[in-house]
Design a protein around this ligand. Structure first.
Ligand SMILES: Nc1nc2c(ncn2[C@@H]2O[C@H](COP(=O)(O)OP(=O)(O)O)[C@@H](O)[C@H]2O)c(=O)[nH]1
Ligand SMILES: [Mg+2]
Length: 230
């Protein structure tokens, strides 16, 4: 039977119907209905609020931006196939920090603090922009940035600010249009056109659903192919 093949695949996780077997969580695979997907090995490195605390690694880094409630935490969890990895609260008023996650021992996914709380003070907004801008400008190992948005929201001055930081620092930006499950396929396509027109023709858009874990694997493959192994 299928279960017999697990023994020599150290670190693999198989899902057979409702039963699952986990081994060292090194690398995770999913076998269900004939599909076979490789998930991520992940390790939380640390949280930092300024450059003195960034981890001393030489691995390439991919930054993740997102408005609060866009599904950034859900995306991090989907990305690493975990339930509660992105545990750091984004509650307004709480100290925000930059969270570093090592992926596949090959690169680091950097979860930047969320932006766009309606009720936060000017001081918190200033803290956010200083922290994030410092990271973008100072971090030499940064190879690309992901910006996660609710597909139903328009491009705003906040997204434009992030886009401009990326342009100034020569950083490629990819936009992940999350919550695509809320729209029909044709509505999604229409939203991509609208957002392209509102932003810049240079930007690549992915339609994803962190909730349904759709499109996440494609994002990973893109990162690997274009930014890590390039
Ligand atoms: N329908 C749908 N809801 C989502 C999706 N991703 C996140 N959400 C929901 O959006 C809300 C905010 O998600 P969260 O990950 O906490 O967002 P964050 O504030 O950006 O970290 C939660 O209620 C999630 O369940 C998605 O792809 N589809
Ligand atoms: Mg969050």
């Amino acid at each position: 039977m299928l279960a017999g093949i697990y023994a020599h695949l150290r670190g693999f996780f198989f899902n057979f119907g409702k039963r699952s077997f986990e081994f060292s969580t090194d690398r995770v695979c999913n076998v269900s209905k004939g599909t076979f997907k490789i998930m991520s090995k992940v390790e939380f490195i640390l949280s930092a609020t300024n450059k003195d605390h960034y981890p001393k690694t030489s691995l390439p880094e991919v930054a993740l931006f997102g408005r609060s409630n866009s599904g950034k935490s859900s995306f991090v969890n989907a990305f690493f196939n975990r339930k509660k990895l992105a545990f750091v609260s984004n509650t307004p008023g709480k100290t925000q920090s930059i969270n570093f996650f090592k992926a596949e021992d090959k690169y680091v996914l950097v979860d930047l603090p969320g932006y766009g709380f309606a009720q936060v003070s000017k001081k918190l907004i200033r803290n956010w922009s200083q922290m994030v801008e410092e990271y973008i400008a100072e971090r030499e190992s940064l190879v690309g940035a992901l910006l996660i948005m609710d597909i139903r929201r328009d491009w705003s001055v906040d997204e434009n600010l992030i886009f401009n930081w990326c342009v100034e620092n020569g950083m490629p930006l990819v936009v992940l249009l999350n919550k695509s499950d809320k729209l029909s396929r044709s509505q999604q396509e229409r939203r991509v056109e609208v957002l392209k027109a509102q932003s810049s023709p240079e930007i690549i858009f992915f339609r994803i659903s962190a909730l349904k874990r759709m499109g996440v694997q494609e994002v990973k493959e893109f990162i690997f192919k274009e930014w890590i192994n390039a």
